[in-house]
Design a protein around this ligand. Sequence first.
Ligand code: AMP
Length: 187
Amino acid sequence: MRIVFLGPPGAGKGTQAVRLAKHLGIVHLSTGDMLRQAAAAETPVGLQSQTYLAAGKLVPDAVMLDLVRERLVKDDCARGYLLDGFPRTLGQAQALDEMLGQLGTRLSAVVELQLDVEEIIRRLAARGREDDRPEVIRERLEQYSRQTAPLSDYYRRQGLLHPVDGGGTPDDVFRRIRALVEPLARQ
Ligand code: AMP
């Protein structure tokens, strides 16, 4: 399966993505993790991205597309993958469709984790990551609603969007995601 995970920062996307990828035996691809690793290793992409990450701004599409394109053609992606944190703009979503078209595949499903803004802020404040400071949180939420939220419509129109309630415990949320994805995996 090829799955995209959507959801605002703090909705539990990372936790659920890792768990679902493991459950389905597919690769978990977090572009945030890839960028943080690149930044730590001081690769050209990492150095280019550092200031965006620290400010909670989106890294330019061209950089992201190169990074993802390179990764998706690796052998371990042949059995499927779960994209966590990509696409984040309409441009990225369109480019991903094109990329998949060239590879002769398409997405299987888009899972959107939904959560109230108060709960998001509460969870982010408890997390304590480098970019979880209040002013950076605000910027990341702003980027999400401006740049990434329109992707729901984009995928709804393609019949791929599956909203999931992100409230409750991680186990509650995972149960909902499984109930949704397992029938699709059998198709
Ligand atoms: P995340 O771990 O998914 O919250 O991503 C952390 C940071 O990495 C974001 O705030 C962005 O600066 C950058 N980033 C991750 N994925 C993308 C993407 N698809 N497009 C642009 N920037 C991204």
